[in-house]
Design a protein around this ligand. Structure first.
Ligand code: 13P
Ligand code: SF4
Length: 315
């Protein structure tokens, strides 16, 4: 049995031997973020995958992130340490249901959040992430009729910013939609000087109580860019606190707790899917080069277009 330090060293050795690159989302366990070659939000991970020269990409994130990397790099091996790491938001939108929605709205274009399966992306006109959704929707013709899914919170927020009237899919991230407004109001009273930083996947009531709304990368950038501010209240998955604290060791970061019914459900703001990847699974997957993520060729051929459009429109 290797300890964490030995595992991390063995992982780095395997990366050099195999010309492999480890990409990790900010919501990964701290020890995975620390061993990765690259950490980023969903957009940065897709951009990085599109330009890597590595033979093997190990995507430390959830399944749709690995699928996106595979679609962009069909000739590379893409590994996901735990292939069952899914996403409740992506699961809320099945391709057959999106197809029916499109059929009921024949003159609409489909804008899909990156948190979707490859099969859903294959039915999409342009993909967005929380970093670029505003820019991309603004780039579409003003009279475009748009179906937006699956995150209704992000969609409603973009509608508010743009004045559009996109039709919204009824999905949400179970982590971002369970923050407690009562707890946040208490925290604001206790720390009146603290800015509230929230992800747009949060509910309206949380966004109304926030000062800065943005993707994980945008929230991290805000903390780094404001050394004069020393306390932040954070309404997103708590994995981001690791990189924020590393970048700004002297700030106090206060995570907003979720709503809970005494003794029932999860009492933390961690995404259990993101946490499925562990150092042990990462080591095993690099050593054995499995589990590999494979995307059906016809689906990949259709899905690459809206992903590439997103990358082009994000420049
Ligand atoms: P971003 O990476 O765009 O901030 O999205 C957060 C998220 O929920 C990823 O699953
Ligand atoms: Fe999906 Fe939410 Fe987890 Fe992100 S945090 S992977 S949106 S369930």
């Amino acid at each position: 049995m290797m300890d964490k330090q030995e595992l991390s060293a063995a992982i780095r050795t395997l990366c050099s031997e195999k010309n492999a690159v480890i990409m990790a989302h900010y919501y990964q366990r701290p020890e995975i973020q620390d061993v990765a070659d690259f950490i980023g939000d969903s957009l940065a991970l897709a951009q990085q995958a599109a330009k890597t020269t590595a033979d093997i990409i190990v995507m430390c994130g959830v399944h749709f992130m690995a699928e996106t990397a595979k679609i962009l790099c069909p000739d590379r091996k893409v590994l996901l340490p735990d292939p069952t790491a899914g996403c409740s938001l992506a699961d809320s939108c099945r391709a057959e249901d999106l197809k029916a929605w499109k059929e009921a709205h024949p003159d609409y274009q489909v804008v899909s959040y990156v948190n979707t399966s490859a099969a859903v992306k294959a039915l999409t006109d342009v993909v967005v992430t929380s970093s670029n959704a505003l820019k991309i929707v603004n780039r579409m013709p003003e009279d475009a009729k748009i179906l937006f899914g699956p995150d209704q919170n992000l969609g409603r927020y973009i509608n508010q910013l743009t004045g559009r009237k996109m039709e919204l899919w009824n999905g949400a991230c179970h982590v971002h939609s369970r923050f407690s407004p009562e707890a946040l109001m208490e925290m604001k009273k206790q720390y009146p000087e603290a800015k509230v930083l929230a992800h747009p996947e949060c509910k309206q009531i949380i966004l109304n109580l926030s000062d800065i709304i943005g993707s994980t990368q945008a929230l991290l950038s805000y903390v780094k860019a404001h050394p004069e501010e020393k306390t932040f209240i954070i309404a997103t998955e708590s994995g981001i606190l690791h990189e924020m604290q590393k970048a700004c060791p002297d700030v106090t970061l206060l995570p907003v707790p979720p709503e809970t019914t005494e003794g029932v459900g999860c009492h933390c703001n961690e995404c259990e899917y993101m946490r499925q990847n562990t150092l042990e699974k990462l080591y095993a997957c690099l050593k054995d080069e499995t589990p590999e993520v494979i995307v059906d060729a016809a689906i990949a051929q259709a899905a690459v277009k809206p992903i590439q459009r997103m990358l082009d429109w994000s420049k």
